[in-house]
Design a protein around this ligand. Structure first.
Ligand code: NAD
Length: 257
């Protein structure tokens, strides 16, 4: 059921080998998927190098998710190469460093706009591009990555928490909109993991420590665990699930104190 033989997928958000999106790319590709990876400009070399280690060499394309032209070019190319699409992974997020260290009340209009555009709106833009290709396959599955900072306050997560709240609402609205086309839309809410994005959050190491101390499993999660959960939602095993936020955080979210 979590076999991806004969399936094609697009994975957006790989920056390096620590990226959560990379774990999802590996999990799906090693189970038979033919995938395409996109990179944001400065990560081209990393992504090209990583991709060469996958069993079916992926298509590697540039895509800045703030650019509608980039997004259109990606789906045009995928239509040519794959003739359809079974799954989409959205792992792009960004907030300016200043917004992740200043008091929340100091969030700027531009910082808010940028975080929302890259971290939340881009899911809608990518889903819109994916729909015609998924329709050719009779349906599809979309997974994005979120964090508990959407619902609870974590120090310095600030505008990213607001963007994740919007992202999770996007998941529900897209699930309702695209469900009649047999396209499912879900999110995996990962516990904290040391990645490039996470290191931009001031005091991130202390968040890791709190999880280790208080999560029911008394540890943090790693990217392979998040990759497996995402692969489940992307695969036929998750075919009855849409509009869901699946927590992969060693159980941390259930604790009151
Ligand atoms: P990462 O830095 O490896 O990935 C973030 C990706 O976003 C990078 O590949 C970057 O190139 C991409 N990106 C940023 N701006 C972009 C743009 N304009 N166009 C295209 N791509 C752009 O870090 P990660 O932790 O793997 O993050 C992946 C997702 O997981 C993010 O949505 C993040 O918020 C989420 N997440 C991370 C954690 C964590 O603790 N690391 C926890 C929960 C959720």
């Amino acid at each position: 059921m979590t076999d991806f033989s004969g399936k094609t997928g697009l994975v957006v958000g790989v920056a390096n080998k620590r990226s959560i999106a990379w774990a999802i790319a590996q999990t799906t590709a090693t189970r038979g998927a033919r995938i395409a990876l996109t990179y944001q400009g400065r990560f081209e070399e990393n992504v090209q190098e990583l991709s060469s280690g996958l069993p079916h060499p992926p298509i590697v394309l540039p895509c800045d998710v703030t650019s509608d032209d980039d997004i259109s070019a990606v789906f045009a190319r995928l239509d040519e190469e794959f003739g359809g699409l079974d799954f989409l992974v959205h792992g792009a997020a960004f907030a300016r460093k200043e917004e992740l260290s200043a008091p929340f009340v100091a969030t700027t209009r531009e910082g808010f706009r940028l975080a929302m555009d890259i971290s939340a709106y881009s899911l809608i833009a990518l889903a819109r591009g994916a729909v015609p290709l998924m329709e050719k396959r009779g349906g599809g599955s979309i997974v994005t990555l979120t964090y508990l900072g959407s619902e609870r306050v974590f120090p310095n997560y600030n505008v990213m928490g607001v963007a994740k709240a919007a992202l999770e609402a996007n998941v529900r609205y897209l699930a309702a909109d695209l469900g009649p086309k047999n396209i499912r839309v879900n999110a995996v809410s990962a516990g904290p993991i040391k990645t490039i994005s996470a290191m931009g959050i001031s005091g991130f190491s202390s968040i890791l420590g709190v999880y280790r101390e208080r999560a029911p499993l008394r540890r943090n999660v790693d990217t392979t665990e998040v990759g497996e959960a995402a692969a489940f939602l992307l695969s036929d095993a998750g075919r009855g699930i849409s509009g869901e936020v699946l927590m992969v955080d060693a159980g941390f979210h259930v604790m009151g104190m």
